[in-house]
Ligand binder design. Structure first.
Ligand code: GTP
Length: 254
């Protein structure tokens, strides 16, 4: 059974900051957001977590194995490096959907995203060390079949982008609604989902759904482990097995 630990990362009072004392240059906001994502990816990644950028002002990290003290250190480090601060809210649950629900509710209870007096909140309880198991995290790494031949080398970049994003939109909604899973676009033609204990048939159904809805063919490698980095790496190796033997769904331990 999975026990996903997610951390909701939210920039404090960012909306007002972007327009105070007057609207800030968009290029500067884009630079800040992408650098903040890069730093968080490294800070959590060095501790075997995965960070997804979602909306950039909000990000979601899979943080199994990362304790409260480490979260506090990351939060302090960001506060020292940036003109903005971040709040962190840790949620756990049998499914990623329940974990993000808990994390979101805790932060909402602490005050509004746009309240000037709500800063550097750190809430929530990580999974206790003795309760951690090698099945806590399930990561599914999806990839478009032959994106290069079908899209990149044939269509203009924008129409390629539409096809890839359509598959992402369909998959993220389907997995959220039917399987309490959270999917994130990670670049190129890749989507990484954090999932509960799904089986091969459920992944086949998701791939069939996307194919029927938007005509984009996906394959998926699935990894299970005690933390995001190990589960994600197992998923990548499973995806290589998909490429090698032509299967659509491969689990890392098969
Ligand atoms: N974030 C991320 N991006 C990747 C990864 N692998 C490939 N990509 C991106 O995806 C693009 C397409 O690469 P592939 O998926 O290997 O190529 P493909 O044409 O779809 O071929 P097949 O996947 O073998 O069907 C690359 O240009 C990268 O941008 C990965 O593991 N992570």
């Amino acid at each position: 059974m999975t026990n996903t630990q997610l951390t909701l990362i939210q920039i404090d009072n960012y909306g007002p900051w972007t327009v105070t004392p007057e609207p800030r240059r968009e290029v500067d906001l884009q630079t800040l957001q992408s650098r903040l994502y890069a730093d968080l990816s490294q800070l959590f990644g060095n501790r075997d977590g995965y960070v997804f950028f979602s909306r950039f002002d909000n990000m979601v990290a899979v943080t199994n194995g990362i304790d409260t003290d480490a979260h506090a250190l990351i939060q302090e480090s960001i506060g020292n490096r940036y003109p903005v601060t971040v709040s962190l809210s840790i949620g756990t649950g049998e499914t990623p959907a329940t974990a993000i629900e808990t994390a979101s509710e805790q932060l909402q209870a602490a005050g509004s995203a746009q309240a000037s007096d709500r800063r550097e909140i750190l809430r929530g309880e990580p999974v206790a060390d003795p309760e951690r198991t090698a099945e806590d995290v399930q990561i599914a790494h999806f990839d478009v079949n032959d994106a290069t031949g079908k899209y990149t080398d044939r269509l203009n970049e924008f129409d390629t982008f539409i096809n890839i994003e359509q598959s992402y939109a369909e998959l993220m909604r389907y997995l959220r609604e039917t399987h309490d899973s959270l999917s994130f676009f990670v670049g190129g033609d890749n989507i990484i989902a954090t999932c509960p204990d799904l089986d091969a048939e459920q992944y086949h159904d998701a791939i069939d759904h996307v194919s029927e809805a938007v005509g984009v063919e996906l394959k998926v490698g699935v990894g299970r482990a005690a933390d995001a980095q190990s589960a994600g790496m197992a998923a990548k190796h499973a995806l290589e097995t998909c490429r090698y033997d032509g299967r659509d769904v491969v689990f890392g331990d098969q």
